[in-house]
Design a protein around this ligand. Structure first.
Ligand code: FE2
Length: 196
């Protein structure tokens, strides 16, 4: 039998092997977060602390400048693999912010509108801190027929297990959510959007 897989949902997982940078990011975020108020937009249905709508520009920090290099390097490779003409129309970062999920925190399903590539970098991801859930673009329309096994064709969602130092890249239109943090430690991630 020949089955064509049209319109897949690509995600790119990269382990960034740079412990000193990850530690610097962690320490900077903890320090900054004590000074700024929660920048969570009214429209988010979530429980977390974020710099998203704060006035603080995280790219003023050397640790984020360093991360920016990994972001450009890896999003360029990913975008080229997807067939985006980033050599003629280079990617630029339109947003970058941190998210702090304390025990019990979570985030609802959403997409990152008006961008082409988005990503997450895990600065602290203790065990049971909550998976990243990737939702099928058909999840709201599909019914669940009786199944012999879970496959890419009959699943409404898939889980990405976070780990410290992992970068996850995806197309900004990919619907995703964050499961509740069931660890007794804080989960810290950095999210970013790129446009061409
Ligand atoms: Fe997101």
């Amino acid at each position: 039998m020949r089955i064509e897989n049209l319109f897949p949902t690509p995600i790119n997982l990269i382990d960034i092997d740079d412990e000193p940078m990850t530690k610097a990011l962690h320490d900077d975020i903890i320090k900054v977060d004590k000074k700024i108020k929660n920048g969570m937009p009214d429209g988010w249905n979530a429980k977390l602390r974020t710099s998203f709508e704060s006035d603080f520009d995280v790219l003023t920090l050397p640790s984020f400048q360093q991360l920016q290099k990994y972001i450009f390097q890896n999003t360029k490779a990913f975008a080229l693999a997807l067939g985006y003409d980033v050599n003629a129309y280079p990617l630029r970062i339109s947003d970058i912010w941190y998210n702090i999920y304390r025990p019990g925190d979570w985030q609802e399903a959403h997409i990152h509108t008006n961008n082409v590539i988005s990503g997450i970098y895990y600065v602290a991801a203790p065990e049971k801190c909550g998976d990243l859930i990737v939702h099928s673009p058909y999840s709201e329309q599909m019914i669940d027929p009786p199944q012999t096994e879970a496959t890419i064709y009959n699943s409404a969602s898939a889980a990405v297990h976070p780990r410290t130092g992992l970068m996850v890249l995806f197309r900004s239109c990919m619907k995703h959510s964050v499961k509740i943090n069931r660890a007794n430690k804080t989960r810290i991630s950095i999210a970013f959007n790129l446009m061409m």
